[in-house]
Write a protein that binds this ligand. Structure first.
Ligand code: CP
Ligand code: NVA
Length: 315
């Protein structure tokens, strides 16, 4: 058991840069054990509850498989098959579930909703995506960058398209891990001033033109034009975002060895062309797989704390 106070992972900045790097390095070790078919079952007596108020493929499978691989068990709840769909308060749900399981992942709408949940939980709570943030995805993305290119410190990441939950999570990670964000979004969908107040200019630069944002970038990344919960704006968004597509021309503006990432699911022909997402610079399948390894390290950290050096390094 960790000795300090209980920790949640509701946004990237809930962790220090040192803790983020610990979890990322631990993920590399857990991944290498997985690749060698070496069992890693430190959570054999633990149960994860997952609460989904929005759809998911990757988040569900990676958390569920990850917990089983670590020897634990999983309970999967959705709005429709739980009392959440019949308006049981989120606070009561948190109080009850957290008396029965050891750790909880929730995917929901407003960040305030997960904060209310966590405030009433007796066990660690992980953000599996909210309207505002998607911290588990960014752990996987940075892990993927590290594997392909080494440390992300000092590098430049170009975000093209909607200034959504992914974009804000990247910006938090950039502040903690010392890399630079170039963001280009169409008018009406740009970063909100009050949410980036205090982010230094050497961490975040905004561009009108997507190609300009890609200049010097070591990684180009984008996401759907319409996030979950905004479906009624779909047609309007398709018009607004049509020039914010990551295509071969946009990739050409970046460093010649720039990587392409997308958290998925993707819409080929909208935010990214098939030649880019299915092309040689794309690492989207590694990125998706790394959800598994990053979250195993995250759950291990939240439940067992920081392991002694020798153990943490897999010795
Ligand atoms: N990237 C991601 O979170 O995917 P899912 O919505 O499928 O979980
Ligand atoms: N921005 C997207 C990410 C999906 C994984 C959404 O919130 O729907």
């Amino acid at each position: 058991q960790p000795t300090g106070p209980m920790r949640h992972f509701l946004q990237i900045k809930d962790f220090t840069s040192d803790e983020l790097l610990y979890v990322l390095n631990r993920a590399l070790i857990i991944k290498s054990k997985f690749k060698r078919y070496e069992p890693h079952m430190p959570l054999h007596d633990r149960t994860l509850a997952m609460v989904f108020e929005k759809a998911s493929t990757r988040t569900r499978v990676s958390f569920e498989a990850g917990m089983y691989q670590m020897g634990g068990s999983v309970i999967h709840l959705t709005t429709t098959d739980s009392q959440l769909g019949r308006s049981e308060p989120i606070e009561d749900t948190a109080r009850v579930i957290s008396r029965m399981v050891d750790i909880i992942m929730i995917r929901t709408f407003e960040q305030t909703r997960i904060e209310r949940f966590a405030a009433h939980s007796r066990v660690p709570v992980i953000n599996g995506l909210t309207n505002e943030y998607h911290p588990c995805q960014i752990l996987a993305d940075i892990l993927t960058f590290m594997e392909h290119r080494g440390a992300i410190k000092g590098k430049t990441v170009a975000w093209i398209g909607d200034a959504n939950n992914m974009a804000y999570t990247w910006i938090q990670a950039a502040q903690l891990l010392g890399f630079k964000m170039h963001v280009s979004a169409p008018k009406g969908y740009r970063l909100e001033d009050d949410r980036i107040a205090g982010v230094p200019a050497d961490v975040l630069e905004q561009f009108d033109d997507p190609e300009a944002a890609c200049r010097g970038a070591d990684l180009v990344t984008t996401d759907v034009w319409t996030s979950m919960g905004y479906e009624e704006e779909n047609e309007k968004r398709k018009r607004a975002f049509k020039n914010w597509q990551v295509n071969a021309g946009v990739m050409q503006a970046a460093q010649p060895d720039a990587l392409f990432m997308h958290c998925l699911p993707a819409h080929r022909g909208e935010e990214v062309t098939a030649d880019v997402i299915d092309g040689p610079q794309s690492v989207v399948w590694d990125e998706a797989e790394n959800r598994l390894h990053a979250q195993k390290a995250l759950m291990e950290f939240l439940l067992l704390g920081r392991l002694p050096d020798a153990e943490a390094s897999g010795e």
